[in-house]
Design a protein around this ligand. Structure first.
Ligand code: KG4
Ligand code: ZN
Length: 353
């Protein structure tokens, strides 16, 4: 199992990513083509545009991943590819490519669940991370708390009833006129450092619901109203804003971030308390997904972990946001358990999903 060499392909959202990872966790290569320019142009992910962008670069991204690893397709043990959740038009591009490589070199295919990969990549970066452990996944499309009991056994303790936290970061960054050439989250995190996080009062979501679910739609609305009340104009970029205007934006960013993360903290505390009764041997709390690259988020959740006698495990930012490594690694985890599909037929029909 240690000598497995797996190509991972990820195209579920706006990044086209590929990587080659070895069974012992060595990352042989990693390539990401992002669609940041499209995001700026359309103010978000437009599925048709994203599909075209993936199609345009997928061959090159996969080739580059192989070249950087100094390998050819015939050196691989298998191809792992994201099959969901995500935009189906985009997923198709990755699956089609995976089947092509599989057919050409007679390689097994492992279909990967995107969120499982976000969680399991922590077992690559933290080699002694054993099941069971707690997981919080925070990204642009998902907000999940899971109890990972074993490979493929995830007990969902909470999910979002509307928007995910990353989606809130992205929208609010846009309303605050931030530079979206990266994505909204990092821009908002940076601006929040200049603001007073207690200056604008926002209510913590779902305080009266004593469960582990999340909601960010209401907080988004509260923030939108606060932005309107202060006459902040998203058309004026932050770089051209007056000193007072900039301060007003920073105060909103910091106040939003504080409450958004308080909501995470509260839900996680409850979930950990519950899970510790079911699985008293839990020692680690994994936080992953794009939003887990946020330093404030990490620091606050580290406190939650400590308070509950757990150790926080957060993959490095480059492995928290969408990437091919997590897909390849999750493929390795499944291959070890004998879970994969046979090679794709060489003459595959065009429409495969
Ligand atoms: O996991 P990911 O790359 O893609 C999805 O599966 O959604 O997560 C992307 C999300 C975006 O909403 C982005 O704004 C957010 O993660 N994000 C951040 C930060 N970096 C990325 N949010 C807050 N602070 C950050 N530093
Ligand atoms: Zn993701």
């Amino acid at each position: 199992a240690e000598d497995l060499v797996v190509l991972g392909i990820e195209t579920s959202c706006d990044d086209t990513a590929a990587a080659v990872v070895r069974g012992d966790g060595e990352i042989l290569s990693q390539v990401i083509a992002s669609q940041a320019d499209l995001l700026v142009k359309y103010g978000g992910v437009a599925p048709k545009m994203a599909e075209e962008a993936h199609s345009g670069v997928i061959d090159q991204v996969v080739q580059e991943a192989l070249d950087k690893a100094c390998l050819s397709g015939k050196d691989l043990s298998a191809v792992a590819v994201t099959i969901g959740p995500g935009l189906s038009l985009c997923l198709r591009v990755g699956v089609r490519k995976a089947r092509k490589v599989s057919g050409l070199f007679g390689l097994p295919i492992v279909g990967i669940h995107h969120m499982e990969a976000h969680a399991l990549v922590a077992r690559l970066t933290e080699r002694d991370l054993q099941f069971p452990f707690m997981v919080l996944l925070v990204s642009g499309g998902h907000n999940l708390i899971l109890l990972a009991r074993d490979l493929g056994q995830y007990l969902q303790l909470g999910t979002t009833i509307d928007d995910a936290i990353g989606e809130a970061y992205d929208k609010i960054a846009k309303w605050l006129g931030l530079d979206l050439s990266r994505s909204g989250g990092p821009a908002l995190e940076e601006l929040a450092l200049e603001g007073d996080s207690k200056s604008v009062k926002f209510a913590i979501p779902m305080k009266q619901h004593k469960d582990c679910n999340f909601s960010y739609a209401g907080l988004k609305t509260q923030v939108r109203l606060a932005i309107q009340a202060r006459n902040i104009n998203a058309e004026i970029p932050l770089s051209s804003a007056s000193h007072d205007d900039r301060k007003a934006r920073a105060d909103i960013a910091a106040s939003f971030q504080r409450v958004a993360v308080l909501h995470l903290e509260e839900r996680c505390e409850r979930a950990i308390e519950w899970a510790s009764k079911v699985e008293p041997s839990i020692k680690r709390f994994v936080v992953s997904g794009g939003v887990a690259s946020n330093k404030y988020v990490r620091a606050r959740l580290d406190e939650v972990a400590k308070k509950n006698g757990l150790q926080l495990v957060c993959p490095p930012p480059s492995l928290c946001t969408d990437n091919g490594v997590m897909i390849a690694w999750t493929g390795i985890e499944h291959l070890r358990k004998g879970r994969f599909d046979p090679p794709a037929p060489f003459d595959e029909p065009e429409d495969i999903l």
